[in-house]
Design a protein around this ligand. Structure first.
Ligand code: CTP
Length: 414
């Protein structure tokens, strides 16, 4: 497995790697490197006997995190007794026959087996044991029990064992373990190899140091697109206006305020991107001048603001594109499809996601949305009310499947 060439497909994923006392413990060092190279953050937990084979310091240096080794050390900080919050999976590699037995029946006499009883996330166990043990009826029964509970147990491989015997007992190859982690956490990696630039949220155009013009965009749709693209294997940069949302992990986030800042940031990342999804609600107009001091109302009966047109970012990007696929959004209140089609053509886009923001339960601020996706090749797909996260997946599938005539770069699996 070419470590340095591995795409960071596991970025944003938090893993716990449990290492038990088998001679194959040294292979967990390389497994840790492979998982880290794929972008995962990994906390290592070792049983006491594992520390007899490999020093915790090795894992500590390579993971960049403190290694948990003992129940008693863990008690100093009770949180170490539980699987770290937000962990996406626990991987036990290598797992001894003794550890399989403890995991199967729920014994909790060391830090790793205690943690397992608190795990809410999926688990992958890669056993390693000496000749004959794997076929012993108790081991077979424990594996059956674990699998019945949904634990993924990777069969050990056949070959020469440390004892000199040739039997089924070698730890599954590193590539198999990494593949199992990927298949578990990234079930659909159809955006692997793509670099997706997403804009989200409103922009704020300053009137004076305390006032601005903005709009009702919450940013939820753009954040959902960024998260979905990440989950499907893409590298993602999210350029976001001010929102109340927590940005998705594993995504590079650029915070901006005005349409100009958003334009500048998107232009900077444009050459890098293969696909741009413009979900931001960018201001169309901005005050021609910003007052340096807070404007006073004293003596005034009315106020007229002089607004100038803000940069049309999509039109700008469209004019300078090389091979990027451009996807716009159209938030409309009437004649949704006709207006969206005019924007698709006018801005030179490959696809546009049109939605009626007056629809009950959809649009600004809502967790749900309904949309029609139009593409330059004449395709039209309607999606009823659903969560923005689910709609994001449908939008990505539509963009991936754009008719070849309107693609400016390949969206297929690479
Ligand atoms: N957009 C943009 N720059 C702007 C305004 C909009 O890049 N200054 C993008 C939006 O992010 C969206 C698409 O253009 O992807 C359509 O935005 P929308 O506000 O619906 O369209 P406008 O072109 O502004 O037209 P109108 O406001 O007249 O409907």
């Amino acid at each position: 497995m070419g470590l340095d060439k591995s795409p960071a497909i596991l970025r944003g994923r938090r893993l716990v790697l449990g290492v038990t006392g088998s001679i194959a413990a040294y292979k967990a060092v390389s497994l840790l490197r492979a998982l880290k190279c794929r972008g995962a953050s990994v906390s290592v937990v070792m049983t006491d006997s594992a520390t007899k084979f490999v020093a915790p310091l090795t894992f500590e240096v390579l993971s960049g995190e403190r290694v948990t080794t003992s129940l008693f050390e863990a008690r100093e900080e009770m949180r170490h007794l539980t699987v770290p919050e937000g962990a996406h999976a626990v991987i036990i590699a290598p797992a001894t026959a003794n550890f399989l037995a403890k995991a199967a029946v729920g014994l909790a006499d060391d830090v790793l087996s205690t943690m397992l009883l608190t795990a809410q996330c999926p688990m992958i166990i890669a056993p390693a044991m000496d000749g004959g043990m794997w076929e012993h009826p108790t081991v077979v029964e424990h594996v059956r029990m674990l699998r019945a509970r949904g634990v993924i147990v990777l069969d050990p491989e056949e070959g020469p064992l440390a004892s000199g015997q040739v039997a089924q007992g070698r730890l599954a190859a590193e590539a198999r373990i990494v593949e199992a982690v990927e298949a578990l956490l990234i079930p659909q990696a159809d955006w692997l190899g793509h670099r997706v630039l997403v804009s989200a949220g409103p922009t704020q155009e300053a009137i004076d140091p305390v006032r601005f013009i903005s709009n009702r965009s919450s940013g939820k749709m753009g954040y959902a697109i960024a998260e979905a693209a990440r989950d499907r294997g893409a590298e993602v940069v999210l350029v976001t206006g001010p929102t109340a949302l927590v940005p998705p992990a594993g995504v590079e986030v650029v915070f901006v305020t005005s349409a100009q800042e958003m334009a500048d940031s998107l232009c900077r990342h444009f050459a890098w991107a293969t696909v741009v999804v413009m979900a931001a609600a960018v201001a169309d107009f901005r005050p021609r001048e910003q007052a340096v001091q807070k404007m006073k109302k004293q003596g005034r009966m009315s106020l007229t603001l002089d607004l100038e047109v803000a940069p049309d970012i999509l039109a700008m990007l469209s004019a300078k594109r090389t091979a990027q696929v451009l996807v716009g959004f159209a938030a409309e209140t009437e004649d949704v499809v006709a207006h969206a089609m005019a924007k698709l053509v006018g801005k030179g886009l490959d696809a546009i996601v049109a939605n009626d923001v007056t629809k009950e339960g959809a649009g600004f601020g809502s967790d749900d949305n309904a949309a029609v996706v139009l593409s330059r090749g004449g395709r039209r797909k309607e999606f009823g009310l659903m969560s923005k996260r689910r709609l994001a997946d449908y939008i990505l599938t539509e963009v991936r499947d754009l008719p070849v005539t309107c693609r400016t770069s390949s969206i297929g699996v690479e």
